[in-house]
Design a protein. Structure first.
Length: 416
């Protein structure tokens, strides 16, 4: 499984390149099923979640090749629409196969993706939306079986702007008969990337206002290549690590335009931040201030995927902060580990009250999920002494090589 060894107590300094986006690449991989031919994705991160999705696509009949950070998917021959239990339950994002398989093959069968340590992620939004598009579901506690004689466009309103449900509807609608109007759609940059990818392949998608999409079905899509955008959560992780250690960093290939909510927060904390196209400069030597109140929100608000990392950073701010989680009900799983390091955190429902301490103590830690693991890395970098973090495989789900990147920023970190 592997453990990380981190010697903390020194500021991060230096430059690092930001990898391709995990949450951007995964839906493009699933969307490749809609194309009877080759899809080429450049700047694709070499992370465990991408490898798991690639293996899942192979079981369905795709041919996959990976050369450095370019992945090629040949989906000419889809031989199966039954997604194997092992791969589905290993990766929550397998739910994104519903739309593409229904669009290409008119049927899909999979085990329900397992529960998530950070909270429930029900599939009811996905199913309700697809039912309006002439999809029938056979209900069972452990499996999802869906089929259609023909997908049909529909007027769909999402009761919550779910990223996954938005992606599934878009991918189902591009080959459906007629026009789909999707209201209250998610606005995340990953949605824009997916729409651009599909339009390059021949789909007809138009944004109406901020949260409505119009998708006109076409008969087929053609081969396409696409560059995956940089990962805003990875970039945010390294910025927050620099704040926690009071460092000075430069991020290259950074998605600066997607990070307004975080950049504004960092400036509130006392950091100097300058964004220049795809280069982000930050001086956090004086970033000691707490955050009076912040809550996670759908894009363009503060992202839930950075909440744990911000929490870790606020444990060493000078004063009291309040952090509210509005997306997932169990995002504070990392709190007990931070308390073991001397953090002063009080939980009340979905709010965490953080009173900054002068320093954290290095200790033996355990990561239980991806973003909580990244938060522990930040805490260990800020702590006095040497920490070990078990469960490094969770972190590897989303970070291509966190040791390499942080070593570029002068951190003492290695994988054991």
């Amino acid at each position: 499984m592997g453990s990380l060894s981190i010697k903390g107590g020194r500021p991060l300094n230096g430059e690092v390149n930001i990898q391709g986006s995990k949450n951007g690449a995964l839906p493009l991989l699933t969307a490749s099923l809609l194309i009877s031919g080759k899809t080429v994705l450049h700047n694709c991160p070499r992370i465990k979640d991408i490898d798991a999705m690639a293996q899942l696509l192979k079981t369905l009949g795709c041919e996959i090749t990976f050369e450095k950070n370019t992945i090629t998917i040949d989906a000419t021959q889809i031989c199966d629409t039954h997604c194997p239990q092992k791969q589905v339950q290993a990766m929550r994002s397998s739910i994104m196969l519903l739309g593409p398989l229904l669009g290409r093959c008119q049927s899909v069968r999979m085990n329900r993706p397992g529960g998530c340590v950070i909270g429930e992620r029900p599939t009811d939004l996905h199913e309700a939306a697809l039912q309006k598009m002439n999809v029938r579901f056979e209900t069972a506690p452990d499996t999802i079986t869906a089929y259609t004689e023909k997908l049909k466009g529909a007027d769909i309103y999402l009761t919550f702007p779910s990223v996954g449900a938005t992606e599934n509807v878009i991918m189902a609608a591009v080959l459906a008969e007629g026009v789909t109007h999707l209201k209250n759609a998610a606005r995340e940059p990953e949605i824009e990337l997916l729409c651009e990818f599909l339009k390059r392949a021949g789909a007809k998608i138009r944004r109406i206002g901020e949260n409505e999409l119009e998708i006109r079905g076409v008969k087929c899509l053609h081969e396409v290549s696409m560059k995956v955008m940089p990962d805003r959560i990875v970039a945010g992780t390294y910025l927050l690590a620099a704040v926690a250690t009071k460092g000075q960093v430069v991020l290259r290939n950074a998605p600066c335009r997607q990070m307004d909510s975080l950049i504004g927060l960092l400036r509130q904390m006392g950091a100097g931040v300058l964004a220049d196209h795809d280069i982000l400069y930050m001086d956090a030597e004086s970033a000691y201030l707490p955050v009076e109140y912040v809550q996670t929100q759908v894009y363009p608000g503060f992202p839930t995927d950075l909440q744990s990392m911000l929490l870790a950073t606020l444990t060493v701010a000078r004063g009291e902060s309040v952090l509210e989680e509005t997306i997932f009900e169990d995002r504070f799983k990392v709190v007990p580990e931070l308390r073991n390091m001397g953090a002063d955190i009080r939980e009340e429902g979905r709010r965490a009250y953080i009173k900054g301490v002068s320093f954290l103590r290095a200790t033996h830690l355990t990561a239980y999920e991806l973003r909580g693991g990244a938060a522990l890395v930040i805490a260990a970098l800020a702590a006095r002494g040497e920490s070990t973090i078990d469960g490094a495989h969770f972190i590897e789900r989303g970070y291509e090589n966190i040791c390499r990147d942080l070593q570029c920023l002068n951190a003492e970190i290695c994988l054991q």
